[in-house]
Design a protein around this ligand. Structure first.
Ligand SMILES: [Mn+2]
Length: 288
């Protein structure tokens, strides 16, 4: 099924590829994230097409191409390959891959694909949880272990907004000296946190993974594991402005869980797609 972002036809020279990835094979608490790409795209025509901050119209530039919502395999490795295929197609056309999940495990598809295009890159992730378990509920590859698997590939990672973890993860973080910026730490000294982020990404390519549970549940109640004490919209935008540069090589927005009562979270995801695209447009224009 094809539901184009904003309800507009695909831009022939689109620089942003929206990749719906309804992956949901390992969720542990509340189910339903497989419906998120559909619900997010359905909400999108209700946005303003103009970004009031940059004064840009992202549907004109960078422009969007939306993949049809795929029916993913029930086999996890096969499903990750199917997602990789869409990412590869996008990168071959010099389109920025923006994956709309679906569970956090799908980041692995992006990282594996990007490894074929970039010899070196880093991963920045915004999440309430470190996702650094070695295994979870008997499986090695799932939403709670995804960053551990990425880290094991030799890719430097930086987590932001974390505010809960298991004892095993805590010991791993200390033992491996993994850089994290906790939600509390971020809120207490935003300036220092932002310079830590800038220092981490430096002048090298990086990938951004956004777990919607990094937001406070009052702003994004539609997530599988709501955790109090999360980021506000303004705090998030401060981070995003630092991140949207030509060095940003791809992004995912994961773990949205559509709720029956309202669509606040789906709308928030649409707004993030618009903001990322507007900021990217500005950074591409500054290069030209
Ligand atoms: Mn996560």
């Amino acid at each position: 099924m094809k539901i184009p972002f904003l309800g507009l036809p695909d831009h022939p020279q689109a620089k942003v590829a929206l990749i719906p990835a309804p992956l949901e094979l390992t969720t542990s608490w509340k189910k339903g994230t497989s419906l998120a790409p559909l619900e997010i795209l359905k909400v999108s025509p209700n946005l303003e097409f103009f970004d009031e901050e940059t004064k840009l119209e992202p549907y004109l530039f960078p422009g969007f191409y939306t993949f049809p919502i795929p029916e993913l395999s029930y086999n996890l490795e096969m499903a990750l390959k199917e997602i990789s295929e869409m990412i590869t197609q996008s990168l071959n056309l010099q389109r920025f891959p923006l994956i709309i999940g679906g569970e956090h495990t799908l980041s692995l598809a992006a990282i594996r694909t990007l490894k074929k295009f970039y010899p070196y890159f880093r991963v920045l992730y915004l999440d309430a949880h470190p996702d650094l378990r070695d295994s979870y509920l008997g499986s090695k590859i799932n939403h709670a272990t995804v960053i551990r698997r990425i880290y094991e590939m030799g890719i430097p990672v930086l987590g932001i907004g974390i505010r809960t973890c298991s004892k095993e993860e805590w010991e791993f973080i200390i033992g491996e000296n993994i850089s994290l910026i906790g939600a509390q730490e971020f809120k207490e000294d935003i300036k220092t946190a932002l310079s830590k982020i800038k220092e981490f990404i430096k002048e090298s390519p990086f990938y951004l993974s956004l777990d919607m549970d990094v937001f406070d549940p009052s702003l994004a109640p539609g997530v599988g594991t709501p955790e109090p004490g999360g980021l506000t919209w303004e705090e998030f935008l401060k981070i995003l402005r630092e991140l949207t540069s030509p060095f940003l090589i791809g992004m995912d927005i994961v773990e949205t869980l559509p709720l029956p009562c309202h669509q606040i979270t789906e709308y928030l995801v649409c707004k993030i797609i618009m903001k990322v695209s507007a900021y990217l447009a500005r950074s591409y224009e500054s290069l030209a």
